[in-house]
Design a protein around this ligand. Structure first.
Ligand code: FAD
Ligand code: FES
Length: 267
């Protein structure tokens, strides 16, 4: 059932913007938002539109955005003081209380935003946290310092400008991993598929692998069905699912998603 936060847009103002490179912006808003790591918001820019973004930090609310199209370009170009509307938090979040003693955070691209909030929430816990971050190039690696606060950080870049030269999956392959760990994965679905294959070969428990799925979330309140996968709605039942659940219920995972018109297309 929807709660009020999932239905009502609240007025926030842009407080600060950092642009670490030519298409990524960290947008800090002027108020806090109570949320669980893994949840997301629907951000509206009046007269422009509305899209989903992971919560990177709650006090004050911060999101990290990559400009890939018209709306994210407008977000990238926001200025301090401008009005935006925030609906949320939305979705389920990571089941942090069920995590094992050892936790791996695996992030590719903008998926690291959600993991940053998760890392914050593990700061005071007794968990051993290791983070693996993959990016195209050095200046796309976000939140390094925040992840370092909770444990060791390993980095890979496609161009070799920092850390391991290759994908985050190749980086993982080069490590001595502990299969009894919990794993939280956020990033492109192809990266998730390759990572899971590796983890399963190493004997990781599929119940302890948690994925934050990205589908085209349009309404973010269970109405349009555009985020459907295997009869479940990413915006209401997710975005976080255990891999054992995905394996049993979502044959489209890694294969198909829905485009802007709702048509099922190959990934
Ligand atoms: C739960 C959730 C959390 C998200 N968190 C973040 C975040 O923290 N930071 C961030 O930068 N982006 C995030 N996104 C993705 C972001 O919402 C899209 O990039 C944005 O909607 C693109 O809008 P646009 O108008 O700029 O580009 P569009 O023109 O709509 O899209 C540009 C390109 O991106 C593809 N695309 C758009 N949306 C998706 C999607 N959901 N999944 C896969 N491909 C897509 C399109 O096919 C197209 O090729 C998240 C998406 C979801 C569902
Ligand atoms: S985005 Fe509309 S039902 Fe999920």
């Amino acid at each position: 059932m929807l709660n009020e936060q999932e239905l009502v847009d609240k007025l926030f103002h842009v407080y600060g913007i950092v642009r670490p490179n030519k298409d990524i912006a960290l947008i800090t808003l002027d108020k806090d938002l109570e949320a669980k790591p893994g949840q997301f918001i629907m951000l509206t820019i009046p007269q422009v539109g509305q899209k989903p973004f992971s919560i990177a930090q709650t006090n004050p609310l911060q999101i990290a955005v990559k400009s890939v199209g018209p709306f994210t370009e407008s977000v990238y170009n926001l200025k301090p003081g401008e009005d935006v509307l925030v609906r949320g938090p939305i979705g389920n979040g990571f089941p942090v209380d069920d995590f094992s003693k050892d936790v791996y955070l695996l992030g590719g691209g903008m998926g690291v935003a959600s993991l940053r909030f998760l890392a914050d929430s593990l700061y005071d816990s007794s968990k051993n946290v290791s983070t693996f971050l993959g990016a195209g190039t050095q200046n796309e690696i976000l939140f390094r310092r925040d992840f370092k606060r909770v444990g060791e950080v390993h980095v890979s870049t496609d161009d070799g400008s920092e850390g391991y030269h290759g994908t985050v999956v190749d980086l993982l392959r080069s490590q001595d991993l502990t299969p009894k760990s919990s794993v939280a994965i956020c990033g492109p679905e192809r990266m998730m598929v390759a990572t899971i294959e590796l983890l399963r070969n190493l004997g990781f428990n599929t119940d302890q692998i948690y994925l934050s799925l990205e589908r085209r979330v349009k309404c973010g309140m269970g109405l349009c069905g555009n985020c459907e996968i295997g009869g479940y709605l990413v915006c209401q039942d997710g975005p976080v699912f255990s891999y054992s659940f995905i394996l049993e219920n979502m044959p489209d995972f890694g294969k198909y998603h829905r485009d802007a018109t709702g048509k099922r297309v190959q990934i």
